[in-house]
Unconditional design. Sequence first.
Length: 451
Amino acid sequence: MSSNPVAETVASLLPRAKAELAELVAFRSVADFDQFPRSESEAAANWVADALRAEGFEDVALLDTPDGTQSVYGHLRGPEGAKTVLLYAHYDVQPPLDEAAWTTPPFELTERDGRWYGRGAADCKGGLIMHLLALRALKANGGVPVHVKVIAEGSEEMGTGGLERYAEQHPELLTADTIVIGDAGNFRVGLPTVTTTLRGMTMVRLQIDTLAGNLHSGQFGGAAPDALAALIRVLDSLRAEDGSTTVDGLTPDTRWEGLEYDEEQFRKDAKVLDGVGLIGDGPVADRIWARPAVTVIGIDCPPVVGATPSVQASARALISLRVPPGVDASEATKLLEAHLEAHTPWGARARIEQVGQGQAFRADTGSPAYQAMAEAMAVAYPDETMQYAGQGGSIPLCNTLASLYPEAEILLIGLSEPEAQIHAVNESVSPEELERLSVAEALFLRNYAAG
């Protein structure tokens, strides 16, 4: 990185940033209060609020959102007449999955092989630290030239829509000229990337019932309808022979225009086992950024250990469907529900419950904010040109903000590059990426103010 005062300040602040990230990672702030204590999320929210107050933010508040979680808000006033930029991140995290599978404890930030490991290190507690670093660097070098609002969500990973509903009920709160979502990531380490599209999502819970109770498989098997077998047949109907998603009535016809994803690089990033093929057809970028994708993310059925020789009376699955820009998530939900009902065999009873939904998002890359970010990225990454990429994941708040503030420009950056392994075991963040992106965000705010 070329030497400049902002970059030098960020570099000097990295030890403090690491210590703060360690404090934040230590909170088991999973917004699933059936599995994790609510007090852990509340403690993380208070940490964020205290950090904002320490930076001079006013009107700092813990917002009680309709899904029973808290989002943290603060407002840092800039010069009179300056533009307003909203900085977003979330402090809630995914569950750690199998804690025993982690090389080091998931809620203890640990440095290893040049990376910092811990749940939320990249997604998205590191994003909060990135915002703080950028603001501190500007304060040390002439001041923050814009009004800054920060919103830290407490349930993004659950998809329960608390902050979206709160924002709709209080539309004046998050008004801004530009919104920087710090919950995306570079295409690869060292390649500055702005995410310009997000797939939307819907999530449904499907329960299949066939019998009043379990039956002995020797006495009744062969004629008694097996709910688990019925569920398996329904789930199999969601994929073609090559693994492509096949939801009746949902026909993908969009192509990705932009950065391409080399298939061998994708295999490496996804850690696909030798000899195992990828699913679907066409360019990888089309498959993960521009087409629907169904995933069975959970099944309730008897575990192998302790199983009895029984015909199952009931079985249940949680199904996620990602939908690309141009496909309405509500319509996709209706199609998915109709498909599941139509493909349930043997007259079995299918009960479907929607548990989450978010619309897809497409940014306006021709806006002045994108030019300001490209110039900032050129300084933070002097040997690279800023790229545009899609993201297969969903950030439902993006579409809510785009609807509430149609004149606002929205940019997505962040720390979740492939090596970060977000949502998986051994999640980590690159401190070099944290440093470079903090510099880029600081310079972006300066460029945008001057534009």
